[in-house]
Design a protein around this ligand. Structure first.
Ligand SMILES: Nc1nc2c(ncn2[C@@H]2O[C@H](COP(=O)(O)OP(=O)(O)O)[C@@H](O)[C@H]2O)c(=O)[nH]1
Ligand SMILES: [Mg+2]
Length: 355
């Protein structure tokens, strides 16, 4: 799973990327932003995993992870002159979700590329650029499909006709500035769109990068957003653990934003975790909401999915309450589930399989 971090130069993307991944990629203050992307991995914080680890004391504890890509190269106003650059679009198509970093912090010595600080404008413009990029693809596709509907016969014609209808529905939404993620689609329609990588259909989180003075009263933009000060968060991350509490309190912050942001990204991607436990390893595994037990098994090993017999499942809260796997078994809290069982967030699982 990969989350792209995008936004205008000086928004604080690379600063945020470093906080999330613990990397030390170069931020910039003067001159142009470098064009290469930074890629790094963040561990998904999960107090449940911490608890299980304290319960089992395993040799190894492995958290779920998300990959973040700091995608540079956004130039303001590009949409109006024909869209994102092809290389930027290519990079954005690869990711599963987007974090848009919007600059709200003032700094007279750090020139905003549009000449002024205006978070609402920057938020709206990026949303529009995503919409334009999708419109360009859809308009071309519609032309093609119309021709196919005229030319083709039988089943092929029916298929083309169906796809054309979905495309026209999407086209209409985009023309009304509705991103594709907000368009209601039937399962059939979703299937027809699966091969496309529309940018406005990806989950999008707006992060407002605020100045220290704005922490108590952050500005808002019309869409759901998370306000944090990348500078402050970066200072916290570099500070000895012992000094953090006092520093947070002095700024009226309850916790670093890092963990909250990673969890938010995880959830907005529709992801959830299941756990495997034991003395060797306690581990969180990533699945998508709605995944079945056999899909979960395949994340661990294809053999486990192939030879799947039953999954022994106990909810995290139950395991925590009862204190051990054996206690759960004795109390009858351990369920035996089949391949088609729909996994719940926080399930602790032991797969029985034979190969
Ligand atoms: N005052 C202030 N400066 C920041 C903040 N976040 C980033 N910066 C500074 O803004 C400049 C650009 O940051 P960078 O992360 O390179 O932005 P990018 O161009 O979006 O990757 C750097 O000099 C950062 O130190 C912030 O929250 N407050
Ligand atoms: Mg950068």
């Amino acid at each position: 799973m990969q989350v792209g971090i995008i936004g205008l130069p000086t928004a604080g993307k690379t600063t945020l990327f470093n906080i999330l991944t613990g990397a030390q990629a170069e931020t910039h203050r003067y001159g142009a932003e470098k064009k290469e992307a930074n890629v790094g991995v963040a561990k998904v914080p999960d107090s449940r995993l911490d608890f299980l680890s304290s319960l089992y004391n395993p040799k190894k504890t492995t958290p779920a992870t998300i990959e973040f890509v700091d995608v540079a190269g956004l130039v303001p106003g590009e949409a109006r002159s024909g869209g994102f650059s092809p290389s930027l679009i290519g990079a954005l198509r690869q990711v599963d979700a987007l974090i848009h970093v919007v600059r709200a912090f003032p700094d007279d010595e750090l020139l905003h590329p549009a000449g002024s600080i205006n978070p609402q404008r920057d938020t709206d413009e990026l949303a529009m650029e995503l919409t334009f990029a999708d419109l360009a693809v859809i308009e071309k596709r519609i032309e093609r499909l119309r021709a196919d509907v005229m030319k083709k016969k039988g089943a092929e014609q029916v298929t083309a006709q169906r796809e054309l209808e979905v495309m026209e529905k999407c086209n209409k939404a985009l023309e009304n500035e509705i991103p594709l993620r907000d368009v209601e689609l039937t399962e059939d329609e979703k299937r027809l769109l699966r091969g496309y990588t529309f940018l406005s259909s990806k989950p999008l989180l707006v992060v407002l990068n605020i100045g220290e003075s704005q922490i108590t009263e952050p500005p808002t933009v019309g869409t759901p957003s998370l306000a944090l000060s990348a500078q402050v968060e970066s200072d916290i991350a570099q500070m000895p653990e012992a000094d953090r509490a006092e520093f947070l309190e002095a700024l009226s912050l309850t916790e670093p934003a890092r963990d909250r942001l990673i969890r938010f990204a995880y959830e907005s991607l529709g992801l959830q975790s299941f756990f495997t436990v034991g003395e060797d390893e306690v581990r969180a595994w990533t699945i998508t909401r709605g995944d079945t037990a056999v899909v979960a098994a395949s994340k661990i090993h294809s053999d486990i999915a192939r030879g799947f017999i039953r999954a022994e499942v106990v909810a995290f809260d139950t395991l925590k309450e009862l204190g051990s796997w054996n206690a759960a078994r004795e109390k009858g809290a351990l369920r035996l589930e089949g391949k088609e069982y729909v996994m719940q967030d926080g399930d602790c699982v032991n797969f029985r399989f034979s190969v």
